[in-house]
Write a protein that binds this ligand. Sequence first.
Ligand SMILES: Cc1cc2nc3c(=O)[nH]c(=O)nc-3n(C[C@H](O)[C@H](O)[C@H](O)COP(=O)(O)OP(=O)(O)OC[C@H]3O[C@@H](n4cnc5c(N)ncnc54)[C@H](O)[C@@H]3O)c2cc1C
Length: 412
Amino acid sequence: MKKKRLVVIGGGFAGLNLAKQVDSNYFDTWVIDKVNHHQFQPLFYQVASARIEPSTISFPFRKIFQNHKGVHFVLAKVSSIDVSSQSVRTDNGDYTYDYLVIANGCSSNFFGNAKIEQHALGMKSTYEAIQIRNNILESFEKSEFSEAHMNIVIVGAGPTGVELAGAFAEMKQNILPKDYPNKDFSCLRIILVEGSAHTLNSMTEPSKIASEAYLRKLGVELQFQTFVKDYDGDQVTLSTGQMIPCKNLIWAAGVSGNTIDGLPQDLLVRGNRYKVNRLNQLIGFNNLYAIGDIAYMETPLYPNGHPQLANVAINQGKLLAKNLKSIVNQSQPKPYEYNDLGSMATVGKHKAVVELPFIKFQGYLAWFVWMFLHLMLILSVRNKLLIFFNWAWNYLANDSSLRLILGKSKKE
Ligand SMILES: Cc1cc2nc3c(=O)[nH]c(=O)nc-3n(C[C@H](O)[C@H](O)[C@H](O)COP(=O)(O)OP(=O)(O)OC[C@H]3O[C@@H](n4cnc5c(N)ncnc54)[C@H](O)[C@@H]3O)c2cc1C
């Protein structure tokens, strides 16, 4: 049988797991990504707060695919899909397909506010995490502290916002007094702005209460039921009317799907996601699929779509690899359903919340469980060891030695 040509747009959790599991006896697979490495997004905040090096959570695709016969990598940004000629257009050539899988994830959602988008710092790529690190460290280097340089405003108190706020608060407590013995960092404010009444809204009450208490203990200022109305790079305007001088506003307040030109508009639903059936097939097409964050699938258990989480993306990728083979073989594919294994977030040393299907807990144990599970998810033994070493060092010394300003900051 002639092998089918499978094109996968995006090598994130969904696309990578699909490509690694697909049967190379049936498919020649082309993974197209605009960056040359897979990114482990859950630890972006540790890059942004100078705790780990970007290379430990970024994995070159060509290295990953060395042992995957029949999987090819293309460094290119996909701009459009032409369904009639079955091809995708990129800034590095056109690629035809028999089967196409869209797995290109999401970007920060600025809810249409172009000014905020222009000036705020997002955290949706390793590159953006490095930009945050550069900006923050440059602010600390200013010979004269202005109030704007000393106010870090983080928007959105989901896991990303909470983890980032906790990390900067610990940096203020443990590291900055040692790095800058002649400067007084008591004026450094870490302000977490959230539209709802709590942190970690997707979790249960005890986790919300614990995470808020941890943040307050670390000195993070919490502003609930507040929205950012405007930001010009120097000043944040809040919905309460309050204005905060601020050079570093970090946006962790939601995501929107990375849509691609060429597909019917009516496939798009809330959050700019593509509506798919239980096989991740785009409605109305039998050779187009969407998986991961970009896919919106309604099921009896999740009538409003699945949460945009790594676990969903990984399992949709793995299942689609099997289903594509079944489809080519004309046997029965299996519908997807999300098996919720729980959620967790960490605020700082010994401060974390964990919710598993059978037990919920906080504090020391939660923090160790969080570290262990994240370490297990990191690709490659080498990176696991590097991160473990970094964490162990940080734990014992309450310090890290990674505060490099590399490249340009965003607002020069
Ligand atoms: C800061 C942060 C922290 C998170 N923490 C957690 C967590 O703790 N636990 C959890 O379960 N989930 C977490 N998530 C969510 C999780 O990372 C996502 O659900 C997951 O990455 C989705 O996988 P994906 O493959 O759909 O998309 P992604 O992993 O985003 O991958 C998309 C890929 O597509 C590529 N791409 C995009 N557009 C194009 C284009 N036009 N052409 C070519 N390539 C393109 C990108 O470069 C990227 O490699 C976090 C997300 C963020 C941003």
